[in-house]
Ligand binder design. Structure first.
Ligand SMILES: [Zn+2]
Length: 170
């Protein structure tokens, strides 16, 4: 079941966006495109920016569950071991705050936090490191998801973003 969840984070859209191993230099990194788009956070569903500018948290546009947050360095960096100390601290702080916001906004029974490092590990965007955090409830991997790879989300992304912004620790 858990394996299925992680596989679910590889959306067809993201797979398509990264097909051919394109990277940020030709503008194809989906995360860099979002982060440099200049679009308002309401459009990109960015819910937190590290004050130092090193990390952000945003909603997964193709979430497995409502409130599926991704935390990542702003810099196009694929290797966790390649982050410098400040980036590492900023990303981890983002993960910590995202968990707090998820707890406040959704009152889940559990939270999955993790990262897929490398395509062989299941990363859909292996060249731009990102951590996932999403709320879980007992029995939430239901028949529909497991069998049909289909899921019904109870709320729109904008609603999730607003909830998490409101619950984000000051
Ligand atoms: Zn990137």
């Amino acid at each position: 079941m858990l394996e299925r969840l992680w596989a679910g984070w590889r959306s067809p859209y993201i797979e398509g966006a990264t097909a051919g191993g394109a990277d940020v230099h030709d503008g194809a990194c989906v995360f860099c495109r979002i982060l440099s788009s200049g679009e308002p956070d309401e459009a990109t569903h960015i819910i937190w920016r590290d004050p130092s500018g090193r990390a952000v948290a945003l909603l997964n546009a193709y979430p497995y569950a409502s409130g599926h947050v991704m935390v990542m360095p702003v810099r196009h960096a694929g290797r966790l071991a390649g982050l410098d100390a400040e980036e590492s601290a900023a990303v981890w702080e983002g993960v910590r705050l995202a968990v707090a916001a998820l707890e406040g906004a959704y009152r889940p029974e559990g939270i999955n936090v993790g990262a897929n490092l490398g395509r062989a590990a299941g990363a859909g965007v292996p060249d731009h490191l990102h951590f996932h955090a999403l709320p879980r409830w007992a029995g939430d991997t239901n028949f529909t998801t497991a069998v049909a790879d289909l899921r019904v989300l109870p709320e729109a992304l904008g609603v999730s973003a607003a909830k998490l912004r409101a619950a984000w620790p000051a």
